[in-house]
Structures are given as structure tokens and as C-alpha cells.
Design a protein around this ligand. Structure first.
Ligand code: IPE
Ligand code: IPE
Ligand code: MG
Length: 246
């Protein structure tokens, strides 16, 4: 399906971030084990990344595994890590075909070794692509990221690289995993949950939120375009009055 005609290609978010939620419930509805939902979610990732690139999005961040997700049953965590390995390895070709560069944020060192190496390989093999950047948030949580940033910042202050009195928002931002990525203008969460679950707390300061009841394995590029159209009909005021920005 082509991009709808009422889609304004002049006003597309540069960065869209998605909390891909609802895989478990989708599997349950279909009488299957939770892992089946995660596997089916890969099709959505394919469709949505293609749709985002077609729409002209520059950065697509996908929340794939949170710090807190380590607390799930061991079998599910292991299945998710295995799925990650096979998906990353299997999708590199498609990423290259679509000129998409892969990046990752999170506590990557906490991932299993084979996961880290597949990830590194795919990041390297797609590094010269110039289209969209797909950022996987893996073993990511915003509080972890912020505490980590504070630690590195203090080390730099202690060693004299940084003068504490000079610290401002831009400098702080440079210590986050997302230092080379603009803040997301739009954050989407699927599955009818209305919370941020430790995702991009700093970066979401002025993000628009879009919530949909669609479960992640049912979400497709058309649904992403609907979310972008909804975004295009909002007035982003950044603290100002409506009259000031007209
Ligand atoms: C999202 O789907 C995927 C991950 C968090 C890894 P869930 O597994 O959270 O699905 P629900 O929320 O239980 O339906
Ligand atoms: C958020 O989903 C994390 C990811 C989508 C990876 P969860 O399913 O883990 O969030 P909660 O626990 O419902 O808040
Ligand atoms: Mg969930």
C-alpha cells in the first residue's frame, strides 16, 4: 500500500521511537506460547522499518529489551536473546537493501557473547548505509543510562577534562547513549498500555506520545503512517502560547 495522499511529507518526525509491546498477549489470543508472539513481532519490525524509511524518517528507535525484562522467566529471556541473534544475522541483508544503518543503545556488555558479536557484525556491515538509522534499545533503561552518564561525567570532572561549573544540558546530553541522535519528536506505544516503562526519559522532554491498542505483532507500516498523520495534526508549543507559534 502506498503512503496515503493526506500524508504531509514536509512534516515527518526526524526521529520516531517505539515501545513495541503486546507480543505476549497476542500469542495468548492465538493460543500460543509467549515466544511465538516475539517471533511474530519480527514481521512488524520489518514492515515498520520499511515504512519509516519510505516516509523519510531518519532515526527509528525500537525498544526491544529493557533492563527490567531481565527479571522475566529465564526461558523467555533466553528465547528472546536467541531470537535477537537469529534476527540480527538474518536481517542484515534487508537492512543493506533498504540502505538502513544499524545502531544500538543500552547496557550492551550485559548481553550474551553471541548476541554482542552478531550485533557488532551487523552494525559494522551496515555502517556505510546513508538512509535511515535503526537504533535497537537492548538491555536499556533510562535510569540506567542517566546514572551511567553521571558516573562518566564525574570521572571526567575528577580527571580535569571537564569543569563542573560548565555543565549544561548540551554537555550532559553528550554523556547519554543517544549523544549522536536527535530527541524523538514522536514516541509510539502499542498494546493499549499508557506508560513509558523507563524509556528515553531525558530525551522525551518534548516528545509527542501516540498510544494504540494494536498489539505489536499486528502493527504494520500503515499503522505507523497513521501515527505520523496524527502527529502532523498536533500543535507543538514548547511552553509558548498558541499565538506565538502561528
Ligand atoms: C513486548 O511484548 C516485548 C518485550 C517486552 C520483550 P511483551 O512480551 O511485553 O508482551 P505483553 O505485554 O506481555 O503482552
Ligand atoms: C516495555 O515493555 C519494554 C519493551 C517493549 C522492550 P514491558 O512489557 O516490559 O513494559 P511493562 O512491564 O508492561 O511496563
Ligand atoms: Mg509488555
Amino acid at each position: 500500500m502506498p503512503i496515503p495522499s493526506h500524508f504531509n511529507s514536509e512534516n515527518v518526525p526526524e526521529h520516531i521511537a517505539i515501545i513495541m509491546d503486546g507480543n505476549g498477549r497476542w500469542a495468548k489470543q492465538n493460543g500460543k506460547a509467549r515466544v511465538f508472539g516475539h517471533k511474530s513481532g519480527v514481521k512488524s519490525v520489518r514492515s515498520v522499518s520499511e515504512g519509516a524509511a519510505e516516509a523519510g524518517v531518519k532515526f527509528l528507535t525500537l525498544y526491544a529489551f529493557s533492563t527490567e525484562n531481565w527479571n522475566r522467566p529465564k526461558a523467555e529471556v533466553m528465547a528472546l536473546m536467541q531470537l535477537l541473534v537469529t534476527t540480527i544475522a538474518g536481517e542484515t541483508k534487508t537492512l543493506n537493501k533498504n540502505n538502513i544503518r544499524l545502531a544500538a543503545i543500552g547496557d550492551l556488555a550485559s548481553l550474551p557473547g553471541n548476541c554482542q558479536s552478531e550485533l557488532e557484525k551487523a552494525i559494522k556491515n551496515t555502517s556505510t548505509n546513508t538512509g535511515m538509522t535503526m537504533v535497537l534499545a537492548l538491555s536499556y533503561s533510562s535510569r540506567w543510562e542517566i546514572v551511567n552518564a553521571v558516573k562518566s561525567l564525574l570521572i571526567d570532572v575528577k580527571s580535569g577534562i571537564l569543569d563542573a561549573t560548565n555543565i549544561d544540558e548540551a554537555i550532559f546530553n553528550n554523556y547519554l547513549c543517544t549523544k549522536n541522535i536527535p530527541d524523538p519528536e514522536l514516541i509510539i506505544r502499542t498494546s493499549g498500555e499508557h506508560r513509558v516503562s523507563n524509556f528515553l526519559l531525558w530525551q522525551a522532554a518534548y516528545s509527542e506520545f501516540y498510544f494504540t491498542d494494536i498489539l505489536w505483532p499486528d502493527f504494520r507500516k500503515e499503522n505507523l503512517w497513521d501515527a505520523i498523520i496524527d502527529f502532523q495534526n498536533r500543535e507543538r508549543r514548547f511552553g509558548k502560547t498558541s499565538e506565538q507559534i502561528k
